[in-house]
Design a protein. Sequence first.
Length: 283
Amino acid sequence: MPSGDRFGVGLYNTQEVADELRYIEENIHPQGAAGSKRILITGSTGGLGQLDAAYLLRRGHRVVAHARNAQRAADVRRDLPGLEAVVIGDLLNLEETRALASQINDLGAFDVIMHNSGEYGLSNTEILNANSLSPYLMTCLVNAPREALVYLTSDLHLGGNLKLEELRGGGTNVTYDDSKLHMAVLSAALARRRPDLRVNAVAPGWVPTVMGFHNGPYAPDDLRAGYMTQVWLAEGMDAASRTTGKFLFHQEEESRVHANVYDEAAQDALLAAFAKRTGVSLG
C-alpha cells in the first residue's frame, strides 16, 4: 500500500515539491502526439526525478519511473497514475542494479534515459555504489536510448577527486563530491564515445527537495529551474537543447567546471577504473 498522503510530504517530498507537482497538474498540457517520446527516469519517486516525470507525463510523453523498492513503487503509481511502468531496484546494491538493467531492457527501447537517482548523507561505501558504480553499470548494461542521456551532477563536483586508485584497488573512500565528479566525467566521456547520442550533465542547484534540506533549513535555488533543464534536454525541441557533451546549469553551459570533466585522458582513466572495479566495460 502507498505510504502517507499523496506526494508524501514529510516522507519523501518537501511541501515545496508537492506544491510544484500540483502546479504541474493544473498548468501543464500535452504538446501533441507528434513529439511524444519514451523516457526512463531513475530515482523518480520523489524530488527532482518525480518533478521531471510529472511534467513529461503532462506533456504527453510515455514515462517509465524507477523506485528502490515495492513501497516506493506503490507511492509513485498513486502520485503519477499516468506512468507506463515502474521498474524496481535499489542502486545501493550492485546486484539489484544489474537485475534492474535487465528489467529495463525487457521493456524495449527508450528515446531518453535520465540518470537522476542519487544519495546524500550516507556512508562512503553507499555513496560509491549508488552514485558512481550503479550509474556506470546502468550505462553499460542498459541498451542505449535512441536520442539522449542525461546525468545529474552538482556544483559540489568542484571539490571532488576521481579517486582512481580507490576504484581500481577495491576501496570505498568516495565522497558525495567525488561521485558527482564521476558523473560529470562519465557524461563527457559518453558524449565523445557515442556521437550519435546527445549526452549532457546537469547541475540542478541547491533546491528545496528532501536531499536539498539535508544540511539545513533552507535551499536558496529555484526549484522549477532545477528540473526544467532535464525536461528541456529530454524534449529537445529547440536547437540549444540539442547540444551534447556539456555541463549545464539552468539551460546554460556552466563555466565553473572541474578540469577533469573535459580532459580526455581523465575520462578514459575513469572508464578503465570503473571497468576494473565492476568487471563490465563500456561497449
